[in-house]
Design a protein around this ligand. Structure first.
Ligand code: SF4
Length: 340
């Protein structure tokens, strides 16, 4: 296996925007209406969580074998944060006590957590649907070759990010060699039944734009990807989701330094679509940081917009109908058709 080209994380560079507070300040200073003012103008304020936690999303650590240009986690091989055993136990306890139907495991590369397989097995034993946010290349590393078969045995849904169905678009954003290794893993998953109709093994892809613009309409993009990946690489998948790049962390730094931040945020604001608000993931998700702090979503986690309680203290009444913390980055979730 060829090694991937890696870029330094913001943390490793000592970059000022490695600090979530500095990111919050840049977002707060942008010349756009506060997100909740826009919601109010459409009669949609306040933004509140729903009556149940439908998805527990756990970020088990920031370590990753890649350093993608748009990573909102600033993940990479040099990150050392890792979810400790007592927080893992608290997450599994919450799944059981509150009968949360879905566990969504993310990172970094979540599979690099030493307890990854244990977490999956225990959540499946509780009857949870388990989603793994997989970067695909991890399964080509010697210590992780077990993953495709393990995923199939445990019936884990794979949500895999791939910026483009071609080497140039994907490697440009994620590093040299990422596309070829991603295709190798997709072929292995297909061979195990993933993405094949009737198998029950879900393989969903996520595409995000490679520049400061909105994704093309999901249906159109999905048809194009289905044709290209099938004809050129013999790969099948279930659904393609489109994700608007959220201006935080490495992507915020990239926009800021290239002088494109203001134009990009204006594009997001002008594309505000009130119909997306009912389906925002923060209404049904509880996001858990590696250290047990709680957030409305993974993006708020990276900006340090935490809830008052940690997972060791929280009660269900603390979360039900809670006010959601918003800032200018939220416009990425409500632009055009919304971001899944
Ligand atoms: S960034 Fe998070 S809190 Fe803001 S709208 Fe999106 S999901 Fe909700």
């Amino acid at each position: 296996m060829s090694s991937l080209r890696l870029m330094p994380t913001l943390r490793r560079q000592g970059h000022p925007l490695a600090d979530p507070l500095a990111q919050q300040q840049i977002l707060a200073a942008l010349p756009v209406p506060p997100f909740n003012v826009t919601l109010a103008a459409h009669g949609l304020e306040p933004l509140r969580a729903g009556p149940r936690v439908e998805v527990l999303q756990i970020n088990v650590g920031r370590r990753c074998n890649q350093t993608c240009r748009h990573c909102h986690v600033d993940a990479g091989p040099d990150r050392t944060e890792i979810m400790p055993p007592e927080i893992i136990s608290a997450c599994l306890d919450l799944l059981a006590r509150w009968q949360i139907p879905v566990l969504d495991i993310t990172g970094g590369a979540p599979e690099m957590h030493p307890a990854f397989a244990t977490i999956v097995r225990r959540a499946r034993a509780l009857g949870c649907h388990v989603i793994d946010r997989c970067n695909l290349t991890i399964a080509q590393l010697p210590n992780y070759r077990y993953l495709p078969r393990f995923f199939a045995e445990q019936q884990v849904e794979i949500i895999a990010s791939l910026p483009a169905p071609d080497p140039a678009g994907t490697d440009g954003q994620r590093g040299d060699g990422v596309f070829a290794q991603s295709i190798a893993t997709l072929r292995e998953l297909n061979a195990l039944g993933y993405g094949q109709s009737g198998s029950g093994l879900l393989l969903n892809l996520i595409a995000n734009p490679t520049g400061p613009y909105l994704p093309d309409p999901q249906g159109m993009l999905e048809s194009h990807w289905r044709a290209v990946l099938a004809e050129q690489y013999g790969i099948v998948f279930n659904r393609l989701y489109t994700l608007t790049n959220v201006p935080i962390s490495r992507y915020l730094a990239c926009l800021h330094e290239s002088g494109q931040l203001n134009d990009y945020i204006q594009l997001l604001v002008q594309s505000f679509n009130p119909a997306t608000v009912a389906g925002l993931m923060c209404r049904t998700t509880l996001s858990v940081g590696w250290d047990g702090r709680l957030y409305d979503c993974d993006f708020n986690q990276m900006l340090d917009l935490a809830l008052p309680q940690t997972i060791l203290q929280v009660t269900l009444p603390d979360l039900v109908q809670r006010d959601i913390r918003t800032a200018a980055h939220c416009y990425a979730c409500t632009a055009a058709a919304g971001s899944t």
